[in-house]
Write a protein that binds this ligand. Structure first.
Ligand SMILES: [Zn+2]
Length: 157
């Protein structure tokens, strides 16, 4: 167990908290950090843009021992972790999306966009496409179809 070790070492806990939290320490206590990040934290820049401000400045913080990953935009306040929203963010930031090849027609949504719109998981969106309930093309999903599925989903909820 690395947690007691971290908790007992104030300097290490502070360093860890600083690495994990940066300026968002208003949201996370050191105890939270120690609990969620019991060991070393790998940091990298995500390949996909922030879902809120659309800037490609999302940091992925990955614990070497916990399965949890945390995503934090360094531009806006957006933050999430890999268990939020049924793993939506885990899918998005793990699989990545070819955001550079965004078609001119904005009615073709990326899978994360479609998932957000329908309040479903990316895996669900993919299933809809496989069952031809939502038209798809080059990994994009037709917005109108997604809206229909979202309404259907809301009606049965
Ligand atoms: Zn942002």
């Amino acid at each position: 167990m690395a947690l007691p070790k971290v908790a007992n070492d104030k300097a290490q806990a502070v360093a860890l908290g600083d690495a994990v939290l940066g300026r968002s320490d208003t949201y996370w206590s050191l105890a939270d950090a120690a609990r969620r990040w019991p060991s070393h934290v790998h940091r990298r820049w995500a390949d996909v843009p922030c879902p809120k401000c659309d800037l490609k400045v999302v940091e992925v913080l990955e614990s070497t021992q916990a399965d949890l990953m945390r995503y934090r935009c360094s531009s806006c306040e957006w933050t999430a972790d890999s268990v939020d929203d049924d793993g939506l963010w885990l899918d998005l930031f793990t699989l990545g999306e070819e955001v550079e090849v965004r078609p001119h027609d904005p009615r073709w949504l990326t899978r994360p966009e479609a998932a957000r719109l329908a309040r479903a998981t990316p895996a669900t969106v993919m299933r809809w496409a496989e069952r031809s309930m939502v038209r798809s093309q080059l990994g994009r999903y037709w917005r109108d179809d997604v809206v229909v599925m979202a309404e259907r989903r809301a009606a049965t909820a």
